[in-house]
Design a protein around this ligand. Structure first.
Ligand SMILES: [Zn+2]
Ligand SMILES: [Zn+2]
Length: 206
């Protein structure tokens, strides 16, 4: 009799296990697809949608796909004689700064994907070049193709909105807030003029 007072010792609080920390993976595994069910008969295909977590370091100077953000993948894998042809799309969120007014912006990037993943060349064949992608056994890692497609699709000059008027070149005010009539005119503001005069006369007297 090892139980105390007839009650078994609790081994754990229900719910404490199994949930774990909600830490997201680094993302790379999310882009790996198992091709076993596809087979190698040319013409067979499989459609798959998946939400993957964006890998780190995906972006340009002004915009990034936040690491770990949800990337919606909608793909078709088709067996062809040389390998697997992947076609479909990926949609990912973008965050960054407006190139004109420097305000934060949030947007999305959608890319089309069309990539041939070849079966690994046999020992005698040596036709691999850097441009080609290969299956790793039955695994197809879409991440490099996804990265390349996103980098090409990132806007060079992301805008918070199409017609963002940017900043006033003279005072730096956001013109979207300052309004269309904002300006400094050709003439110097009379108040500034009188200050300049004071300034000058002070110097003369020095
Ligand atoms: Zn803007
Ligand atoms: Zn101004």
């Amino acid at each position: 009799m090892s139980n105390v007072n007839g009650k078994p010792v609790a081994r754990g609080v229900p719910g404490a296990h199994g949930q774990g920390p909600s830490g997201r993976g680094r993302g790379s595994g999310d882009f790996v697809f198992d091709m076993r069910s596809l087979g190698r008969s040319p013409g067979s295909f499989r459609d798959e949608t998946r939400t993957a977590h964006a890998p780190e370091g995906l972006g340009s100077g002004l915009v990034v796909v936040p690491a770990g953000a949800d990337v919606a993948l909608d793909l078709r894998f088709e067996a062809v004689s040389e390998g697997v042809l992947v076609t479909g799309s990926a949609v990912a969120p973008l965050t960054g700064e407006c190139a004109r007014c420097l305000e934060p912006l949030a947007s999305t990037v959608e890319v089309g994907i069309q990539e041939l993943y070849r079966y690994l060349p046999g020992p005698g064949e040596d036709e691999a070049d850097d441009e080609e992608r290969f299956l790793d056994g039955d695994r197809l890692d879409l991440e490099p193709a996804f990265r390349d497609a996103v980098v090409l699709a990132l806007p060079l000059s992301p805008l918070c909105r199409e017609d963002c008027p940017g900043l006033c070149p003279e005072c730096g005010a956001r013109l979207a807030e300052a309004g269309p009539r904002h300006g400094h005119g050709e003439e110097t503001d009379p108040r500034w003029g009188s200050l300049h005069q004071l300034d000058v006369s002070d110097r003369v007297e020095d």
